[in-house]
Design a protein around this ligand. Structure first.
Ligand code: DGT
Ligand code: MG
Ligand code: MG
Ligand code: MG
Ligand code: MG
Length: 251
């Protein structure tokens, strides 16, 4: 077929394929979830329904894209790690980011009722997204550690902050003042001494977020790959020693 005289407009598009042989990390984050959480009465500081919905939306993404080896979620964010040698969408950046974000976002809405039952979704939520490339395993592992360390810092702060308000009858301003300048040990101490709470006993999902990974399972003598959710400590070498096979899987 002859080319139409309009076809030259294709030349305005640019090649956005990502560097080969590099870890691709896609991180999505809820837009204004501070407000979204308030508008939907999320429990403070952690709403288990909201976290499980995030995990389920991510699980839906993993089911669709076998090139995602590992993912990590906490609060209103999820990170997806694509295999180094992935050729998904010819590594086109916009295609990867937009389809994965779209699959995640629509799943979040589609499965809302599965977790929030009778609480209606008041308006369509929105997620931003970015892609970051990491050239070596060490950088990727440090990325995962960075996100998980973030959960710990935020959750210890938020748990203490909301305990001071909900159980200690402090105002948010007073609670903020009380916590200013404190280190982790001080917050653990406040929880323990004043509220008889041992932070270590808080649910793992709150303290560490959720890792989704693929495990192979022997079922009726057939190897089946399943997606599991764990709350392991990625800051410990033990996790990477046990799971390094995830990163070295070849297609
Ligand atoms: P952004 O990402 O710049 O558009 O703004 P936000 O408001 O989404 O801020 P971000 O992503 O830094 O922080 C996540 C917010 O989501 C945080 O302020 C509180 C809210 N959030 C996330 N998970 C929960 C939850 O389980 N319970 C409650 N109450 N709030 C949550
Ligand atoms: Mg943000
Ligand atoms: Mg956000
Ligand atoms: Mg966030
Ligand atoms: Mg099309």
């Amino acid at each position: 077929m002859a080319k139409s005289s309009f076809e030259y407009v294709k030349k305005f598009e640019h090649d956005d394929s990502l560097l080969p042989n590099t870890w691709i990390v896609i991180r999505l984050d809820g837009k204004c979830f501070h407000k979204f959480a308030d508008d939907h009465n999320f429990t403070k500081p952690n709403d288990l329904r909201a976290l499980k919905l995030m995990n389920y939306a991510a699980y839906t993404v993993l089911k669709e894209y076998s090139d995602i080896l590992l993912s990590f979620g906490q609060s209103d964010e999820y990170s997806f790690v694509l295999r180094k040698d992935s050729c998904l969408y010819k590594r086109r950046s916009a295609k990867l980011l937009t389809t994965i974000n779209s699959k995640f976002s629509s799943s979040y809405v589609f499965y809302w009722n599965k977790f929030f039952e009778h609480l209606p979704l008041k308006y369509p939520p929105c997620f931003d997204g970015r892609i970051v490339l990491y050239p070596c395993d060490e950088n990727l592992i440090d990325y995962m550690k960075w996100r998980q360390a973030d959960v710990h810092i935020n959750n210890l702060y938020n748990t203490t902050f909301w305990t001071l308000i909900l159980k200690g009858q402090l105002t948010p301003v007073q609670a903020e003042k009380r916590l200013s300048g404190t280190v982790s040990a001080d917050k653990n101490e406040i929880l323990f001494q004043e509220f008889n709470m041992n932070y270590n006993n808080e649910p793992e999902i709150f303290k560490r977020g959720t890792i989704l990974l693929r495990k192979s399972l022997l079922h009726n003598k057939v190897n089946k790959s399943i997606i599991v959710d764990v709350h392991d400590d990625m800051l410990k070498d033990k996790f990477w020693k046990e799971n390094i096979y995830i990163l070295s899987v070849k297609k």
